[in-house]
Design a protein around this ligand. Structure first.
Ligand code: 2RA
Length: 338
C-alpha cells in the first residue's frame, strides 16, 4: 500500500478526499493536516463534516497534524486541498523532500515542468515528472485542473479529432464549488498569487495546456481559442456548461464519435464505467437541484445540436476536485512513478 496524506483535510475538498480514500485499494490514509487550531485533535473532533455520506471511522481516529513538511515524512503521496496561497510553498517543499504531491490547488498548474492532468485526455503529460526529477526533485507535483475545466476537457475527449478553431463555454456552477462557507460568487481575483487567475482565465489557459502536446521538454498549447463565461447558480452540487465549437462536421458524425468513444487508459479504481455518458434525450443533462449521487466521476453530455453545441455536466467536488486528484495518483502508480 502507498501511504498518503491530505493537506487541508477539514475543508470541502479535503473532506471529499477523506471520503474517497477510505478503504482505497492502493492508498493507506495515514496523515491529515489542517490549520493550527485543529492540530492535535482527532479528525472527527476537528472537522465540521458536511458531506452527504458518513465520516469514515478509520479517518475519524487520525490525529490532525499541522500543515508542515516535517509532519508529512511518513507519506509517499500527499493530496493537496489547500487554497492557492498556502499551497504554493508547501507543495514545492514536499516535492523537494521526496514526497509526491497530487494537487487540486491552482498554484502550480501552469508551471513549465508540472503536468496538468486529466487521465482520459492527456495521460502522456505525466512524463513531465521527469523534468522535475532532472531538476533534482526526488518527489514531484502533479496537478488536476479547475473543476469546470475538467468537465469541459473530459467532454472534449471523444471529439478532439474533429477540426475546430474556436471553443466557447458558458458555465452554471454549483454553490459547493465555493466551499461550505464560501460566498458563492465567482472567483474574480486576478493573479492574487502566482497564477491563481479568475474562473474564466483558469478555463481558458488550462484547457489549452491539457489539450496541447508534450514534446519531451515543453507543452505546445492546443491550436484553438477558448472563451469562457462562468456563473454561479443555486444548485448544491454539479457544474453544468454550454459548449460551442465551430466543428463543420455533420452533427450525426459528432454524435457517433461520442457514442463510440472508449476511454484510452486501462482500468483504474476511481475510473468510472463511463467517463463520458452521452445522452440522446434532448432534455438531458439537467442541473440537479439536490446532490448528484451515483454520478460522481462521470461527465454527462447531451443536447448535441448542429453548429456543434452541447451541454456537459459533472460533480464538481468529486470528478471536479478530489476524485480527479486521486485518479491522477492511481495513474501515477499505474505508470510506475511511485
Ligand atoms: C468554483 N471552480 O466552482 C471554483 C472553485 N472550485 O467556485
Amino acid at each position: 500500500m502507498v501511504s498518503v496524506g491530505v493537506l487541508g483535510a477539514t475543508g470541502a475538498v479535503g473532506q471529499r478526499f477523506v471520503q474517497l480514500l477510505a478503504d482505497h485499494p492502493y492508498f493507506d490514509l495515514t496523515v491529515l493536516t489542517a490549520s493550527g487550531r485543529s492540530a492535535g485533535k482527532k479528525y472527527r473532533d476537528a472537522v465540521n463534516w458536511r458531506l452527504d455520506v458518513p465520516l469514515p471511522e478509520s479517518a475519524g481516529d487520525i490525529i490532525v497534524a499541522e500543515t508542515k513538511t516535517e509532519c508529512l515524512k511518513n507519506a509517499d503521496i500527499v493530496f493537496s486541498a489547500l487554497p492557492a496561497d498556502l499551497a504554493t510553498t508547501i507543495e514545492t517543499d514536499c516535492a523537494k523532500a521526496g514526497i509526491g504531491v497530487c494537487s487540486n490547488a491552482s498554484s502550480h498548474r501552469m508551471d513549465q515542468d508540472v503536468p496538468l492532468v486529466v487521465p482520459e485526455v492527456n495521460a502522456d503529460h505525466l512524463r513531465m515528472i521527469e523534468l522535475q526529477r532532472d531538476a533534482g526533485n526526488d518527489g514531484f507535483i502533479v496537478t488536476n485542473p479547475n473543476c469546470s475545466t475538467i468537465m469541459l476537457t473530459v467532454s472534449l475527449a471523444p471529439i478532439r479529432n474533429f477540426h475546430f478553431t474556436d471553443l466557447r463555454v458558458a458555465t452554471m456552477q454549483a454553490i459547493s464549488g465555493a466551499g461550505f462557507e464560501g460566498i458563492p460568487a465567482m472567483s474574480i481575483f486576478d493573479n492574487v498569487v502566482p497564477y491563481i487567475g479568475n474562473e474564466e482565465e483558469k478555463m481558458e489557459r488550462e484547457t489549452l495546456k491539457i489539450m496541447g502536446t508534450f514534446d519531451g521538454s515543453e507543452i505546445v498549447n492546443a491550436p484553438f481559442s477558448v472563451s469562457a463565461s462562468c456563473n454561479r447558480v443555486p444548485v448544491i452540487d454539479g457544474h453544468t456548461m454550454a459548449v460551442w465549437l465551430d466543428i463543420k462536421e455533420p452533427v450525426e458524425n459528432v454524435a457517433k464519435a461520442f457514442q463510440s468513444w472508449r476511454c484510452p487508459i486501462g482500468d483504474l479504481p476511481t475510473l468510472p464505467e463511463k467517463s463520458v455518458d452521452f445522452m440522446v434525450q434532448q432534455d438531458r443533462p439537467q442541473p440537479r437541484l439536490d446532490r448528484m449521487k451515483g454520478k460522481g466521476m462521470t461527465v454527462s453530455v447531451g443536447r448535441l445540436r448542429p453548429g456543434i453545441r452541447y451541454i456537459a455536466m459533472g460533480h464538481n467536488t468529486i470528478r471536479g476536485a478530489a476524485g480527479a486528484s486521486i485518479l491522477n495518483a492511481e495513474l501515477i502508480c499505474d505508470r510506475g512513478y511511485i
